[in-house]
Design a protein around this ligand. Structure first.
Ligand code: ZN
Length: 240
């Protein structure tokens, strides 16, 4: 007997894959298919007793896994550009001697755009469809992410020294507010946020003002916390 869903019409059918539903029962369906209509999953057929219906787009999963997208909950997308610049160092050495100087020298909107595009390509190729990131020039990050179809929470970086795009630290929270207001209603897939870099780079006044701004604007607040040991010793076992 055909299931009711077989009678429905779909824009896209994904078939010939093992479906990981991640539903309440964590069901794995080795031979079903998924029907998508208007961008949403409209049907999951658990068996292949009936052939999948026709659809304008049929995706043959070729025996692969069909699963919900992965979520990267912490990233700095444009920093793909710094990959390999300095590795296996204590956090403060890495930041103060390598990353902050490189950011001061190279980070401007076009670099952020291309670094973000590269990061998005890598995320999508690895099956990640949603991420939470934060950086400077976050407006350029959001523009680039929005072109890809990824879903993202993207925080404008706040730090108490001159930063890319915010040369006057006294303007850091105001700059973040303006970014949030620009992106708050702009995209169904992009959620703007405010990202204070860390308690050691943002003073109490900045942390308080940034959190207050996030609360007032109704957006998420991000901050690095408990990143590593604080005595300069590398957290990596081979170095301790
Ligand atoms: Zn981080």
């Amino acid at each position: 007997m055909k299931s009711e869903s077989v009678e429905m019409t779909f824009d896209t059918i994904i078939h010939n894959g093992t479906l990981l539903t991640l539903d309440a029962d964590m069901r794995t369906l080795p031979a079903g298919w998924i029907g998508i209509r208007e961008g949403r999953i409209a049907a999951i057929e658990p068996t292949c007793q009936a052939p999948p219906p026709e659809a304008p787009l049929r995706i043959d999963a070729a025996g692969g896994i069909v699963m919900p997208g992965l979520v990267n909950i912490h990233t700095h997308l444009p920093m793909t550009l710094f990959r390999g610049l300095a590795d296996d160092l204590p956090l403060m050495t890495w930041l103060n001697e390598h990353i902050f100087p490189a950011e001061a020298r190279f980070i401007e909107p076009e670099a952020v755009h291309w670094g973000t595009r590269l990061a998005c390509a890598e995320l999508l190729l690895g099956g990640t469809t949603c991420c939470c990131g934060g950086y400077f020039h976050e407006d350029a990050v959001a523009e680039a992410v929005a072109e890809t179809g990824l879903r993202a929470v993207l925080g404008q970086g706040v730090i108490d020294f001159p930063a890319p795009g915010v040369p006057d630290p006294a303007q850091n929270v105001a700059h973040a507010r303006a970014y949030v207001q620009k992106w708050r209603e702009r995209s169904a897939l992009i959620q703007p946020a405010i990202f204070c870099h860390a308690p050691y780079t943002c003073g109490d006044t900045t942390l308080t003002a940034a959190k207050r701004a996030a609360n007032e604007l109704g957006v998420l607040f991000q901050v690095h916390a408990a990143e590593t040991v604080s005595n300069g010793i590398s957290p990596w076992p081979t170095r301790v």
